[in-house]
Ligand binder design. Structure first.
Ligand SMILES: [Fe+2]
Length: 69
């Protein structure tokens, strides 16, 4: 479970970087029509990264308590 949380957190940040890069590319090539969907996806990834960040402590604590029981 802890490894999954670690990997999921890393992957969300990978996705955030990817969408930011795609938004830059859209600007460079003048593909503004792609930007709203890219921005929507970026916001989803940022929201998930924030959720993971907010839950790491409680998830880790729950895991340790379950293992200790
Ligand atoms: Fe994601």
């Amino acid at each position: 479970m802890l490894k999954n949380t670690f990997a999921n957190n890393a992957f969300e940040h990978f996705e955030i970087a990817a969408y930011k890069l795609l938004l830059s590319l859209a600007d460079i090539v003048g593909l503004s029509s792609a930007k709203p969907l890219l921005q929507a996806s970026l916001k989803e990834e940022e929201a998930m990264a924030a959720w993971i960040d907010q839950n790491i402590d409680s998830d880790t604590s729950s895991y340790v308590k379950a293992q200790a029981a």
